[in-house]
Ligand binder design. Structure first.
Ligand code: UDP
Ligand code: MG
Length: 328
């Protein structure tokens, strides 16, 4: 069996040699064949040079070099597109995903799991704010998307070829890798591990990026925000109609209260302005998503490939099956 390991790389110059050593040691102990697909996501540091050095030593190391930073989700996608394995394992380059549990992932796969998801038991080195954010994220996501979100699952996962083939047919642009996989279903098993803190460099996912990720995972998986605004609109309209009714009844003396008609109109108007603004905000979010989908730009642009010739999966299919990958 050939197993591909896909690793997105952004500013990981220092971690790469260590990561490769650990991967090599772990995979050497297993019978399967391996390929290591690194996607350099426009790192400004020496990551590409480090990858080329690894690729020169070991032909199993394949490298895609993006023309700029496209983000982790897209880097993962590109890596999965070009991997040829019977199973694909995705993991981070910063050693927070210990290669040592790969044998457990592979064992679960061989027992029949189609997706093997890891669960991070502790997050040494993450701030309290970050942990709170992550907790909140799972709460809100589960609520909004209606997908069953298992808390503390990570992007360190194994996918069977069946899953990969379905994944490769998805064309949406605003991607949330794990969200897409969760949405697809398939038989999933879980493997737990203890997180280590980041080896070198800084976490590249800023709060801003995490927020974007959370927003795009909401808009790409649910219409709940739209519905909520609609409910709110109904509630406020009902409320102001009742108020208007009361005002009119008070006017003819059937109910207590003295209202200036003008004051009432002003209050009602202010409420309505709020509703309109909120609806516009939500609608803009969706239109934004539609916009990025219809512009139909390639998901990523590859500047250079090392040890990837011919691109395995892309070659096996017609090019029209890959509407959103472009390479020079
Ligand atoms: N990464 C990437 N592109 C980016 C940001 C991050 O390819 O724009 C990679 C990074 O090199 C690492 C993984 O994604 O392999 C996770 O990044 P990070 O450790 O910064 O995220 P966190 O662990 O905090 O979720
Ligand atoms: Mg990390």
């Amino acid at each position: 069996m050939l197993i591909s390991i896909v690793i997105p790389v952004y500013r990981e110059e220092k971690n790469l040699p260590k990561l490769y050593e650990r991967l090599r040691a772990v995979t050497a102990a297993l019978k399967d064949e391996w390929e290591f697909v690194f996607v350099n996501d426009g790192s400004p540091d020496g990551s590409m040079a480090a990858l080329k050095a690894l690729a020169a030593k070991d032909p199993r190391v394949k490298v895609l070099d993006f023309s700029k930073n496209f983000g982790k989700e897209i880097a993962l996608t590109a890596g999965v597109h070009c991997s040829a394995g019977d199973a694909v394992i995705c993991m981070d380059a910063d050693l927070q995903h210990p290669p040592e549990i790969i044998p457990q992932l592979v064992a679960a796969w061989k027992r029949g799991a189609e997706v093997v998801t890891t669960i991070r038991l502790s997050v040494d080195g993450h701030s309290l704010a970050r942990k709170t954010f992550s907790w909140l994220y799972y709460k809100i996501m589960g609520w909004f998307s209606g997908l069953e979100m298992v808390a503390h699952t990570t992007d360190f996962r194994l996918f069977d070829k069946k899953v990969v083939d379905v994944f490769n047919r998805m064309t949406e642009r605003q991607r949330m890798f794990r969200g897409i996989i969760d949405w697809m279903g398939f038989k999933t098993e879980y493997v737990e591990f203890h997180a280590e803190s980041r080896e070198a460099g800084e976490a590249a996912y800023s709060y801003g990026k995490l927020w974007d990720l959370a927003l795009s995972s909401i808009t790409s998986f649910s219409l709940v925000p739209l519905k909520m605004t609609a409910y709110l609109g109904v509630a406020i309209t009902t409320f102001s109609s009742l108020l208007l009714g009361w005002m009119m009844l008070a006017k003819v003396g059937l109910l207590p209260g003295i209202f200036t008609p003008l004051a009432m109109v002003v209050v009602a108007n202010t409420i309505l302005i709020g509703v309109v603004l909120m609806s516009l905000g939500v609608i803009a979010l969706y239109i934004g998503t539609i916009h990025t989908e219809v512009t139909n730009r390639p998901l990523y642009i590859v500047r250079e490939r090392v040890n990837v010739e011919p691109p395995a999966r892309e070659n096996r299919r017609r090019s029209s099956d890959f509407p959103n990958s472009l390479s020079t």
